[in-house]
Design a protein around this ligand. Structure first.
Ligand SMILES: Nc1ncnc2c1ncn2[C@@H]1O[C@H](COP(=O)(O)OP(=O)(O)OP(=O)(O)O)[C@@H](O)[C@H]1O
Length: 602
């Protein structure tokens, strides 16, 4: 098995560009972002004004000794009123700014997820398989959830706190430029604390989560497999395994918390530096008559007030970082989107299919420059032609290469060697529209999409009326089932409604083919698992679908192959026999052998 090649991670500049593009996609986004910034800046200014006004109160009280009492009272009330107004203004502006930002970011995340899933669906099958389907699934579920929760956790803090920190800096400088010294002294302490925390914390928290997962798995294994554990007297061994996993949770949790405590201690040092340098500088400035007591009190209160926002920012650093890591994983899928194939100018669909010297390998080939040079062919040197309207059946034992040929013919995979053409045009060069008009595949994994049954069928033919839908359902033998449904065509089906059994699901897939009406059909259904009556119903349905069309049928039951115009027998990726049923039985080769086993088993 070849090694997985996960999708890349977006670089910082790719992530930035993509977020700017997502921003442009939301109508009125710039205006909303600007309005949010203005509101948050105003909120921060109001927040910082409160301690400054308090400093003003100190000046009023100090001056009250000398001024008349009535003047002092009026000034006191006015300042108190302003403080209340500033507090209310801060609350309202912060709330409104945060609301706008949260709405905007949720829309951007929704667009991003949509784009990522759309890109992944349009990628060649092999690219998704190379990455491992789990990679795409975890990026579109876990990572999107991670970004969403990071936004919910980080956004309220950052949107408020960053503006308050900036406003405090500006506020301090406006009291006196020498307060720059406080900022110069304290900034490096915060900077280095944050850096050393971010360098170590994410791995430690990830290790803690991983060991929790391991412990949960081991406990569940022991509970689910308790009979086996008892039977083999493995209680102590299981106990030790769980104990070992629990111990690793404990050591990882201690290590993670130690880093957190170190961060908190460094922040205490930073706060000590910040407050003591403000007080000392204030003392100096008042002593030299540069500032009044009120101004310095205001500055000191501002510094005390900003500790909260600074702590909040430091606390959400790792959530912000893991949110960014998830964002880079999501954008990593979309950075290299599949280029849409332009129309190849294919002629009117006739339905002629040709495979010429086709080889395909799931693993590395010489061209990749990977592997040890030996190629593990899934199919090799496969050549055949099906003229319009005829049916060819592929038979062979499991793993012979039948499904691979079907997916190559449907254009889902690109041949490693040779050519697959439909109406003279290589199938991978047909645009989506040209391909959809020409050929359709029913694979072993049929899917009924969530929604009403009508929606599910209309995916194949958006303009079809109820009459056409019912005709198609009747042709594939599914109409009776539909008429038994509580709301007929309007019944909810799929994961959130009625789940059709495998036979009906395949009949619905065949009905979709009838509605789409392509010239070529490739049928690789799982009739073998349908039971004999189900298989017969599906064979009847398949016969209706192949009538008047060019068809390649992967015949899991040899009854199906018997009716084909030509049978291709595959073994180890090659066609080893070809001819009609009668010819092949008469020739006494591999097919005759398969047929005799099959006939005995019926
Ligand atoms: N996605 C895949 N990745 C790697 N190898 C694969 C993959 N799919 C099939 N193969 C291998 O390619 C070879 C041909 O498989 P294929 O599924 O085409 O055979 P098949 O005749 O359709 O078998 P079945 O009747 O069991 O579906 C087998 O050796 C199989 O193990």
């Amino acid at each position: 098995m070849s090694e997985l090649r996960p999708f890349p991670l977006a670089t910082w500049s790719q992530a930035r560009r993509d977020m700017a593009r997502q921003l442009r996609r939301v109508p009125g986004a710039r205006r909303q972002a600007l309005l949010a910034a203005v509101l948050l800046a105003f909120g921060a200014w109001c927040t910082v004004s409160v301690p400054r006004l308090m400093g003003g109160i100190v000046d009023i009280v100090t001056a009250a000794d000398t001024a008349s009492g009535a003047d002092g009272d009026a000034a006191l009330w006015r300042t108190a009123g302003l403080m209340v107004a500033a507090a209310v203004g801060a609350g309202v502006a912060d709330g409104a700014g945060y609301f706008l930002l949260a709405r905007l970011s949720e829309r951007m995340i929704a667009n991003l997820r949509e784009e990522m899933v759309g890109t992944a669906l349009g990628l060649p099958m092999h690219r998704v398989e190379d990455a491992g389907t789990g990679d795409v699934v975890s990026r579109s579920t876990d990572d999107v959830a991670q970004v969403s929760s990071a936004v919910m956790e980080v956004m309220p803090v950052l949107s408020g706190a960053v503006f308050v920190i900036a406003a405090t800096g500006v506020g301090l400088l406006s009291v006196d430029w020498r307060f720059l010294l406080v900022l110069v002294l304290v900034s490096p302490v915060y900077w280095f604390s944050a850096r050393s925390y971010l360098r170590r914390a994410p791995q430690l928290f990830a290790a803690e989560r991983a060991s929790m997962g391991l412990r949960a798995r081991r406990v569940l294994e022991a509970i689910h497999g308790r009979r086996t554990v008892r039977a083999f007297r493995m209680e102590q061994e299981m106990h030790d395994r769980i104990g070992e996993a629990s111990w690793s949770v404990a050591t990882n949790a201690v290590a993670a918390n130690r880093v957190m405590v170190t961060l908190l201690n460094r922040m205490l040092v930073a706060e000590l530096v910040m407050i003591s340098s403000t007080v000392l500088l204030g003392f100096f400035l008042v002593g030299h008559g540069v500032l009044g007591v009120g101004a310095v009190t205001g500055a000191a209160l501002m510094v005390i007030r900003v500790r909260g926002p600074l702590q909040q920012v430091m606390r959400v650093l790792d959530a912000a970082q893991s949110g960014y890591a998830s964002l880079a994983r999501i954008i990593g899928v979309t950075v290299d989107p599949p280029r849409p194939v332009p129309d190849a100018g294919a002629p009117e669909p006739r339905g002629e299919i040709v495979m010429d010297g086709v080889g395909f390998s799931y693993g590395p080939t010489e061209g990749d420059g990977a592997g040890d040079g030996s190629v593990d062919w899934a199919v090799e040197d496969v050549s055949f032609r099906v003229t319009p309207g005829r049916t060819v059946a592929l038979v062979g034992s499991s793993g012979a290469g039948k499904t691979t040929v079907a997916t190559l013919l449907a254009g889902l995979r690109e041949p490693t060697t040779g050519a697959v053409t439909v109406d003279g045009v290589p199938v991978t060069e047909l645009s989506d529209a040209e391909r959809a008009a020409r050929l359709a595949l029913v694979s072993q994994e049929v899917h009924v999409f969530s929604g009403t049954l009508r929606d599910d069928l209309l995916l194949a033919a958006p303009g079809a009326g109820d009459g056409e839908l019912r005709d198609a359902l009747s042709a594939v033998g599914a109409l009776e089932w539909v008429d038994r449904l509580p709301d007929g065509l309007d019944t909810e089906v799929g994961s959130r409604g009625v789940v059709p059994d495998p036979v009906v699901s395949q009949q619905l897939a065949l009905a979709r083919i009838l509605l789409r009406d392509p010239r070529v059909v490739v049928l690789d259904e799982a009739t073998a698992e349908a039971g004999s009556s189900g298989a017969r119903a599906l064979e009847d349905a398949a016969r209706r679908v192949t009538e008047g069309r060019t068809a390649l049928t992967v015949a899991h039951r040899l009854d199906q192959a018997r009716e084909a115009d030509e049978i291709l027998v595959m073994e180890d990726g090659r066609i080893i026999e070809r001819g009609t049923h009668e010819d092949l039985v008469a020739s006494g080769g591999r097919y005759a052998e398969l047929w005799s086993v099959w006939s005995r088993g019926r």
